[in-house]
Design a protein around this ligand. Structure first.
Ligand code: UD1
Length: 362
C-alpha cells in the first residue's frame, strides 16, 4: 500500500519536496494527490517544475470557495481517492484547508496520518490556519515537529509524547538545497529592479480582505516606498483590494505577478528588508539573514524572533521598522553571525522519512 501525500497550496509544495525525495531514497511506494486548492500555473506548476516534484497522480481540481465550500469539496474528493488507493499512511503538510480536510477524511477511514510541520501555535483562533493546525495535530498518528517549542504545545493539548517527533524544518531543506540557484542579479535584470529595495508580500485575510484595512495597509506601504523602492509580488488573494486602494500609485512601488520559487527566494535574498504576513517567509529570512518585519499581532514561529531576523510590527510600526532596518539596526539572523534554530540544517526530509519508515515497520 502506498504512502499518499496530499498537497494543495503553494507552501505545501516547498515542504513536501525533500520528504518525497527522502522517502523515494528509502524505497517507499508513494502517490501524490494535488487537491487543486492552488491552481494558477504561477501558484502551482512552477513549483512542481522547479522543486523536482513528481507529477501528481491526480489533481482534484477543487479550486477556491468559502471555507465550508472548499473544505467540503476537498473532503469529498479525498474520500474517493483514499478509498480507491487504500494508503498505508497519508502525509499532510502545514496548515491550509487541504491539510485539515485530508486529516479528517483519513482519520475516519482509519488511515494513519503524518503531519509535517506539527506543533506550531499562534494561539490566535481567528486565523483559519490555527484551527487547521490544532485539529490536524489531534488527528495525526505522527506529529513531525519543526521547532522545539512545538513539542510542549502538543503535550499541553494531550498529544501522547510518542506521537511527537522533533525533526527540523523541511522548508529549510529546500532552501539550502537550492542556495546556488538563487541569482539575485538575474532576477533584478529580469524584472527591472533597482540595486536596493524592500520586498513585501501580503495575503492574510486579516490584512487584505476588508477594503478599509487594505487601504490603511497601502498607505503604510507607500510610506515604506518613500524610504526605498518597494517590490511586491502580489498573491491573488487581496490583489483587487490592494490595487483598488491605489497600491501601484507610487513611483517606487514595483508590482510583480506571483514569482516561482527560485526567482522569489533570489529576490528575498537580495532585499534590504522583507515586509510580510507569510509564515514560511519568516523562516526563510531567518536562514538567509535578511531582516524581516511581520505585519501581524502574533506568530506561530517565535523561534524566528528569538533566533532569527524576524520582528512583529503593527501598521504604525511598519515605516519606522523599515527605516531602522535600512539604517542597519536590525538583529542579525540565522545567516552569518546569527543563531540557526535547532535542526534547520537541511536534513529534515531524511529524518522525517526515517520516522515514517519505522512507523510503518519497514
Ligand atoms: C492559502 C492558505 C494560507 C497560505 C496561502 C499561501 C488556507 C485557509 N489558507 O491561502 O494559509 O498562507 O494559501 O498562498 O488554506 N486564488 C487564485 N488562484 C489560485 C489560488 C487562489 O486566484 O491558484 C485566489 C482566489 O480568489 C481565492 C483566493 O485566492 O478565492 C484565496 O485562495 P485560498 O486557497 O482560499 O486561500 P489563500 O488565501 O491562497
Amino acid at each position: 500500500a502506498p504512502i499518499v501525500h496530499v498537497l494543495g497550496a503553494r507552501p505545501n509544495f516547498v515542504k513536501a519536496a525533500p520528504v518525497i525525495s527522502a522517502l523515494a531514497a528509502a524505497g517507499a511506494e508513494q502517490a501524490v494527490i494535488h487537491t487543486g486548492q492552488h491552481y494558477d500555473a504561477r501558484m502551482s506548476e512552477v513549483f512542481f517544475d522547479q522543486l523536482g516534484l513528481p507529477e501528481p497522480d491526480v489533481n482534484l481540481g477543487v479550486g477556491s470557495g468559502g471555507h465550508a465550500e472548499q473544505t467540503a469539496a476537498l473532503m469529498i474528493g479525498l474520500e474517493k481517492e483514499f478509498t480507491g488507493r487504500s494508503p498505508a499512511l497519508v502525509i499532510v503538510y502545514g496548515d491550509v484547508n487541504s491539510t485539515i480536510a485530508a486529516a479528517l477524511v483519513a482519520a475516519k477511514l482509519h488511515i494513519p496520518v503524518a503531519h509535517v510541520e506539527a506543533g506550531l501555535r499562534s494561539f490566535d483562533m481567528t486565523m483559519p490556519e490555527e484551527v487547521n493546525r490544532r485539529i490536524t495535530d489531534q488527528l495525526s498518528a505522527l506529529c513531525l515537529v519543526t521547532s522545539p517549542e512545538g513539542i510542549g504545545h502538543l503535550a499541553a493539548e494531550g498529544v501522547a509524547v510518542e506521537r511527537a517527533h522533533l525533526v527540523g524544518n523541511p522548508m529549510i531543506d529546500t532552501l539550502l538545497a537550492n542556495l546556488d540557484q538563487f541569482d539575485t542579479a538575474a532576477v533584478r535584470a529580469a524584472h527591472g529592479l533597482p540595486e536596493r529595495y524592500v520586498l513585501a508580500t501580503m495575503h492574510r485575510p486579516a490584512n487584505v480582505d476588508a477594503p478599509e484595512t487594505a487601504a490603511a495597509l497601502v498607505r503604510r506601504l507607500h510610506g515604506v516606498a518613500d524610504l526605498a523602492d518597494l517590490v511586491i509580488p502580489v498573491h491573488p488573494r487581496g490583489r483587487a483590494n490592494l490595487l483598488a486602494a491605489g497600491l501601484d500609485e507610487h513611483d517606487r512601488v514595483h508590482i510583480l505577478e506571483p514569482l516561482g520559487y527560485i526567482d522569489f527566494i533570489a529576490a528575498v535574498r537580495g532585499a534590504a528588508a522583507v515586509v510580510t504576513d507569510s509564515g514560511g517567509l519568516q523562516e526563510e529570512t531567518t536562514i538567509l539573514g535578511v531582516p524581516c518585519l511581520t505585519v501581524r499581532p502574533n506568530t506561530e514561529r517565535p523561534i524566528t524572533i528569538t533566533h532569527g531576523t524576524n520582528r512583529l510590527v503593527t501598521f504604525e510600526e511598519l515605516v519606522p521598522g523599515v527605516r531602522k532596518c535600512l539604517e542597519g539596526g536590525a538583529a542579525p539572523g540565522g545567516g552569518p553571525g546569527g543563531r540557526r534554530p535547532p535542526l534547520w540544517d537541511g536534513h529534515a526530509g531524511p529524518r522525517i522519512a526515517e520516522v515514517i519508515m519505522e512507523f510503518l515497520g519497514e
